[in-house]
Design a protein around this ligand. Sequence first.
Ligand code: ATP
Ligand code: MG
Length: 722
Amino acid sequence: AAAAPTPYLSGLNAEQRRAVEATEGPVLVLAGAGTGKTRVLTTRIAHLIATGLAWPSGILAVTFTNKAAREMKERVAHLVGPAAEGMPWLGTFHAIGTKILRRHAELVGLKSDFTILDVDDQIRLLKQVLQAENIDDKRWPARQLASLIDGWKNRALQPAKVPHGEAAAFAHGRGAELYALYEERLKILNAADFGDLLLESIRLFQEHPDVLADYQRRFRYILVDEYQDTNVAQYLWLRLVAQAHRNLCCVGDDDQSIYGWRGAEVDNILRFEHDFPGATVVRLERNYRSTGHILAAASHLIAHNEGRLGKTLRTEDEPGEKVTVTGAWDSEEEARLIGEEIEALQGKGHPLSEMAVLVRISAQMREIEDRFVQLGLPYRVIGGPRFYERMEIRDALAYLRCVVQPADDLAFERIVNTPKRGLGDATLQVLHAHARAARIPLMEAARFIVETEELKPKPRRTLRDLLANFSRWSQSLEATPHTELAETVLEESGYTEMWQKDRSAEAAGRLENLKELVRSLEEFPDLPSFLEHVSLVMDAVESDSDDRVSIMTLHAAKGLEFDTVFLPGWEEGLFPNQRALDESGRAGLEEERRLAHVGLTRARRRAKLYFASNRRIHGLWNSTIPSRFIDELPEASVEVTEAPAAYTYGSYGQSRFDMAEPFRSSYATPGWQRAQANSAGWGGGRGGQSGSFASGRGAGARRGGPLMIEGELVAKSTGTAS
Ligand code: ATP
Ligand code: MG
């Protein structure tokens, strides 16, 4: 190693330095949030390059997201200069797997230009497989098979290895057989799905030891960030590649394992010490990110989990501001409070780029985004599209646009065959030809075509039904309340059903987003003004400036840090999320708690929690109770702030335990009754809200305003997305 002074090392503490300098042999850095794990990895890469131990091309570094990969490259370049350029093997498992597979495609039955299927393609292909096997895909949906296969691939199970019991779960024991048929089809199509990117490289390595040996030589040093969220396939892959040199350095935190639902196995941490005996285990205990109160809150919260490896965290930073908990009347007020707080901070000179809003489910973003647009606050959504740009929202909007404006060709084209109803390209071509020739909109052309013999009887009938639906919906524009109409359109068109039947991981979120869309309609007097609002929001100039508030899900926030973090929606049912509890019980609760822990530990100086006492969940107003996670915070580090609203919150605000407890033990407490009494004032007196929206609110009020339901029902109604 170089004897020359190494400036990049000077920014590390002794333990971090040990992890960086232990270049040979397996190293496991097991340490809490903000202790510098990622910094260790970055510095380690710099060290390997600067000391000449490795060329940039001989280092394999795995990050969890592409964004993290880019940042790591930048940081390394910052430490050692342009030498860091050309780190071809710094990326996600998927990116690296793809690269390797393209180089040796023919060895696993593919060509180097193979296509990578997205979820939709995958489903389509599985449908074909089911059809060919005469399996009723109503009884045995392709989506369900897709998620089974994904699960098997996450565990690196080839069809022959699928346990009997699991294969039995589908189509009377034919799960594994169908999986094998699907794999065959993939090869014929020269295609791979996401799971294959790793699974096929594992197979490649197993069947071609010479290829494996080549990569083992090439990757002299291997580094993995966010190790707690690797799945079994990723682990096996790493083990194969690292076996020869064993220069594998993994960093992770069991308390931040939040992808169990996607097959991640925190046990990989335990496996590491078993498979790589004699590994250097480094524990970092000093948190450099957060102030004392934030760290105390996060540590106290996570201590409620049982399945932990356990570790200590300390900070030498000052206690700083307490974590705040603010109760809002409903989610709209919550969004307003967050907006006000952001503007106040901005007024004091805090940059927007140092603030983030972290939500549990993406549907929560709608109100926040709307509020920001109203305020003219620049924001960006990280890790996904903005609310109105989501696929399901665009589809739903297209339906509504067709109802309001039948001449909207783009909208019509988007939904004419969504859900699939047999009006494919052939039909569209006929419509287009006629529309062009007669210079009329597509829908008008369609009305003409269905009266002719141009289409086959089946699509003709389907199209006629669809047109009849649109006529009916358009006619009820005046008479039916617009929220009701929107719901009807989505239901009668089969669009909602399409997602209800969908068994993929994203389907539930999409349904939530659709409900949220319908709910948002209430804020407008009618459909046209709503659609106009949407086009304004969509148009809202994406500010060029980098100074924007970030909005993202908690899952997407892993590894990031901000001065101020806003955490809305800390309510039972939403967070911890009822679905996680229903599906995974205690383990689900612990994963939710880790997610809360991840959220809190993103904050450097300020963590601001919010809960709303009323939230619309799946279309119904529910009175909600504050999240149990709020109760689990240490009193000394938390400050309950009163929402500066015109409402009294009953017992809220006296102490945070008063605030949460009565809600938990009994719903009929004075606090709750007072809260309910306030619902009489719903729609009126909503300070700060623009007047034109008040009439939209009236629709909610007409239907009885917030619906207070028994606790059990609240829990149930949040349980499933259907
Ligand atoms: P997470 O678990 O959230 O991914 P992490 O352990 O990867 O966190 P880093 O992101 O590497 O932590 O570091 C957290 C913050 O602390 C960063 O801003 C980093 O620059 C800073 N930091 C880390 N180590 C030191 C150090 N020795 N001196 C000063 N600052 C440090
Ligand atoms: Mg990190």
